[in-house]
Design a protein around this ligand. Structure first.
Ligand code: E4P
Ligand code: PEP
Ligand code: MN
Length: 445
């Protein structure tokens, strides 16, 4: 069975224009890899995807919150047990703060185990007079600035699949193996509050969580949920050949599912309404999302809802808005109002990263922590004014102490950026900045 032989409900995308696809020089190798992927075991199961839709449905109804985060671009070299553990640890720490502050369940959604392809603003990069194809993520080409490394290599798709499988295996083990117990996560937060320069500000909230845990324990309440968490994987569904090769039909229902991850999103650069990416998403039954930048019109937002969630199922469709701190209060209200007036159930998530990127004097892409926080604040203000539910936050972060974004409790300055800038694409909040964001945003809930 090759992917060409499959004619799935989601295959209408093949006749439509697809932006940001690699120019694979070796077409025979591409066909071979896609044929292997087409018979490879699924990375996620349809029941898990349906369960995520259900949980996102609770978010759409205003009964839960989503925390979605991870690297801008995962790399094969950066995949290690330690890095995955630190990422999970940080996300869980953030989630505990939101759970307590919002008094509602937090759906944990990694941008991981599949985040290996990047849309780019330009197709080439020039350094010291040499121009080469731009880096498009480890699933496509190498980050090293040499002609050989930048040539798209389809065998990388197989490696992306394998790396996703390894990462998911680690995630599943950490999530259920006792590592994620609430006591443990809370103890990490207490350490952070004690060590953080801004710790005193968070002390009250950390103590409140402590009292709540002690109270539960005194009552003899020890539900299973205190010792394990459910963790889902998401990524941008950019490379349609890869996604299609991993799409499977559920035999009992005839429904197609992407099995490369639980939730798949279309990015700001590939969200054309009559383009291939939206058509692909319309054909799968996973929960799906669309990134919406400041040029999005209310009519477009309603058209996405019609194309991707015609039955109005809560949890099926998420809008991840990324307007920029300076524009969120101006651009978001009309979208929220139009969708709300139409009665379409949507999960609204704020991505406070992608509208706030700029290049610093050292040539590094960066973001100001203050802008990130301000976009989150704007997002909450807009939803509060509209009477709609601010459903969650989407961040690019890492569990390591990198120096990629500016500001935060540890105050990263421009001249610190070269110290530990490890992202191959966009700047991520480091561990401390991520926790700062959680504690500060929690106060807005
Ligand atoms: O996350 C993605 C980046 O914002 C996207 O790849 C664009 O980056 P670029 O402008 O450096 O190409
Ligand atoms: C490319 C990304 O975002 P956007 O599509 O919103 O620009 C991303 O999430 O890394
Ligand atoms: Mn990014």
């Amino acid at each position: 069975m090759t992917s060409e032989l499959l004619h799935l409900p989601g295959e209408s995308w093949r006749d439509l224009p697809a932006g940001q696809q690699p120019d694979w020089p070796d077409q025979a190798a591409l066909r071979e890899v896609l044929a292997e992927l087409a018979i490879a075991p699924p990375l996620v199961y349809t029941e898990e995807c349906d369960r995520l839709t259900g949980q996102l449905g609770a978010v759409a109804r205003g009964e839960a919150f989503v925390l979605q985060g991870g690297d801008c671009a995962e790399t094969f070299a950066g995949m290690s047990a330690e890095a995955t553990k630190n990422k999970l640890k940080t996300l869980l720490q953030m989630a505990v703060v939101f759970t307590y502050a919002g008094s509602m369940p937090v759906v944990k959604l990694g941008r991981l185990a599949g985040q290996y392809a990047k849309p780019r603003s330009g197709s080439t990069e020039t350094k010291d007079g040499v121009t080469l194809p731009v880096y498009r993520g480890d699933a496509v080409n190498g980050f090293d600035f040499t002609a050989r490394s930048r040539e798209p290599d389809p065998r990388r798709l197989w490696r992306a699949y394998q790396s996703s499988a390894i990462t998911l295996n680690l995630v599943r083990a950490f999530a259920t193996g006792g590592y994620a117990s609430l006591d443990q996560v809370h103890a990490w937060n207490q350490d952070f509050v004690a060590d953080s320069p801004a710790g005193a500000r968070y002390d009250g909230l950390a103590r409140d969580i402590d009292r709540a845990l002690n109270f539960m324990r005194a009552c003899g309440a020890e539900p299973e949920q205190l010792h394990q968490v459910e963790f889902f994987a998401s990524h941008e569904g950019l490379l349609l050949d890869y996604e299609a090769a991993l799409t499977r039909v559920e035999p009992t229902t005839g429904a197609a599912y992407a099995t490369s991850g639980h939730l798949i999103w279309a990015g700001e650069r590939t969200r054309e309404l009559d383009g291939a990416h939206i058509a692909y998403l319309s054909g799968i039954n996973n929960p799906v999302a669309v990134k919406l930048g400041p040029s999005t019109t209310p009519e477009e937002a309603l058209a996405y809802a019609e194309a991707l969630n015609p039955r109005g199922e809560p949890g099926r469709l998420t809008f991840i808005t990324r307007m920029g701190a300076g524009r969120v209060r101006e651009r978001l209200p009309e979208l929220v109002k139009a969708v709300d007036a139409a009665g379409v159930p949507i999960v609204w998530i704020c991505d406070p990263m992608h509208g706030n990127t700029f290049t610093g004097p050292t040539g590094h892409k960066t973001r100001l922590f203050a802008d990130v926080l301000d976009e989150v604040r704007g997002f909450f203000e807009v939803h509060r004014a509209a009477g709609t539910h601010p459903g969650g936050i989407h961040v690019e972060f890492t569990g390591e102490d990198v120096t990629e974004c500016l500001g935060g409790g540890m105050e990263i300055l421009f001249h610190h950026l070269p110290d530990r800038y490890e992202s191959t694409c966009d700047p991520r909040l480091n561990r401390g900045q991520s926790l700062d964001l959680a504690f500060l945003a929690a106060q807005m809930l």
